[in-house]
Design a protein around this ligand. Structure first.
Ligand SMILES: Cc1cc2nc3c(=O)[nH]c(=O)nc-3n(C[C@H](O)[C@H](O)[C@H](O)COP(=O)(O)O)c2cc1C
Length: 195
């Protein structure tokens, strides 16, 4: 099982990325392979000029196409998700999330903007044809504390995130595997018909 994790914060020290790191460790303990990306690691020129030919972007697209699921986290900026994240999502092919499960995560300064995940990020994941977009997790800044290497989450947030990750694992497990067209073709060609 492969999950791509995508952090949408331009900040080096990022709360939303702390949530992603927590999620990555927990998924890896359950045997899921997680490949982590952050928008801030991409060349700004490629994102701002929509450089579809960028090697970095093409490798990202390739990993997303191989993945079973996408974990995406963003800070809330101006009551929406970060513009930096949008510049990268815009470079994905039209059906990039077809047959995949997506779990959106956001951190924001105020719970007043907790619905940003629902009205801003989820429609984009749906437009990319995600098979299932899970409920999502919102954390306000007071619930995330920085430590040396990682973040500490208040128990309520930790429990909500754990529950969402369990839902992600369940969704990944029940996800029907798309049939490889070549395999299907071989089976049809080699099938023995009897009347
Ligand atoms: C430019 C900017 C705009 C922001 N706008 C909002 C906002 O509209 N609503 C909100 O709840 N928080 C807002 N915040 C606060 C961030 O969403 C919050 O601190 C978040 O946890 C930062 O995540 P990060 O550390 O992963 O970048 C804003 C922060 C910045 C820097």
């Amino acid at each position: 099982m492969l999950v791509v994790s995508l952090g949408g914060s331009p900040s080096a020290k990022s709360r939303s990325n702390g949530l992603l790191e927590y999620a990555r460790r927990r998924l890896e303990l359950r045997g899921v392979e997680v490949i982590s990306y952050q928008v801030r690691d991409f060349h700004a020129e490629d994102l701002l000029h929509a450089n579809f030919a960028s090697l970095q972007v093409r490798q990202f697209i390739e990993q997303v196409s191989r993945a079973d699921g996408l974990l995406v986290a963003t800070p809330v900026y101006k009551a929406s998700f970060s513009g930096a994240l949008k510049t990268l999502l815009d470079l994905l092919p039209e059906r990039a999330l077809q047959h995949k499960v997506a779990l959106p995560i956001a951190s924001g300064g105020t719970p007043a903007h907790m619905l940003a995940v629902d009205y801003a990020l989820k429609p984009v994941l749906a437009a990319l044809k995600a098979q299932e977009v899970l409920q999502g997790v919102f954390a306000d800044d007071s619930q995330i504390q920085y430590l040396e290497e990682c973040v500490r989450l208040v128990p309520d947030l930790e429990q909500r995130l754990n529950e969402s990750l369990d839902q992600l694992l369940a969704a990944l497990a029940r996800r029907p595997k798309p049939i490889d067209p070549q395999l299907l073709n071989d089976r049809l060609v080699n099938a023995r018909w009897s009347i």
